[in-house]
Design a protein around this ligand. Structure first.
Ligand code: GDP
Length: 192
């Protein structure tokens, strides 16, 4: 699997015009500021394919990328408080509207900050993925910010709180590249 020649397809403000699902598809979800853009850029070997913002909540659209015959779908980061109710509702509609479509959901990568306790919105997202039998893996982000023993403790805690098996969680870091190869392998397997 060579994801290094990724290209940006388009950005969508509603789910109506999304491209037809003619390829395997991998979707990325997570709370705003979790490190989604950074991980996508690392995975796709680009510096700024997905916009990394110091200001959270910027990814208010559904963004499509393509690499090696796979579509990568960057869904809006949820839970950003500093926008209007209407705007938050629009983001929620984008996410639920995407999952309500008839698409090839090969893998959903659910990003969770490794440093925190499970947040309500993360638990809701994981429950949704489980209930709908969507294949997913949890990417625990920013692992470089914790010592090894703390990483281990957090993995155990989050596994319990999110009700996700240890095998379905990966420690990742967009900074050091930790977990990126493994993530690529999981994607390859899911898109076979
Ligand atoms: P998004 O809102 O989920 O797309 O998050 P971003 O990718 O924009 O990242 C949010 C903030 O976290 C930025 O300041 C990033 O530099 C930082 N960040 C993201 N990934 C990592 C990581 O793996 N390690 C560290 N130390 N910081 C990260």
């Amino acid at each position: 699997l060579n994801l290094q020649n990724a290209r940006f397809i388009a950005s969508y403000g509603t789910v109506d015009g999304l491209p037809a699902p003619t390829t395997p598809e991998v979707a990325f979800v997570g709370r705003s500021n979790v490190g989604k853009s950074s991980l996508l850029n690392k995975l796709l070997g680009r510096k700024a394919l997905a916009k990394v913002s110091s200001q959270p909540g910027k990814t208010a659209n559904v963004n499509f990328f393509e690499a090696d015959g796979i579509s990568f779908v960057d869904l809006p980061g949820y839970g950003y408080a500093r926008v209007s109710m209407a705007e938050r509702q629009r983001w929620a509609n984008l996410i639920s509207g995407y999952f309500a479509q008839e698409r090839s959901f090969n893998l959903v990568i659910a990003l969770v900050d490794v440093r925190l306790e499970a947040q309500k919105l993360d638990q809701d997202m994981l429950a949704f993925l489980r209930e709908n039998n969507l294949p997913f893996v949890v990417a625990l982000t920013k692992a470089d910010k914790l010592s090894r023993p703390k990483q281990t403790r957090q993995v155990e805690l989050l596994s319990r709180q999110l009700e996700v098996l240890r095998e379905q969680m990966l420690l990742t870091s967009a900074q050091t590249g930790l977990g990126i190869d493994e993530l690529r392998r999981r994607i390859e397997k899911a898109c076979d």
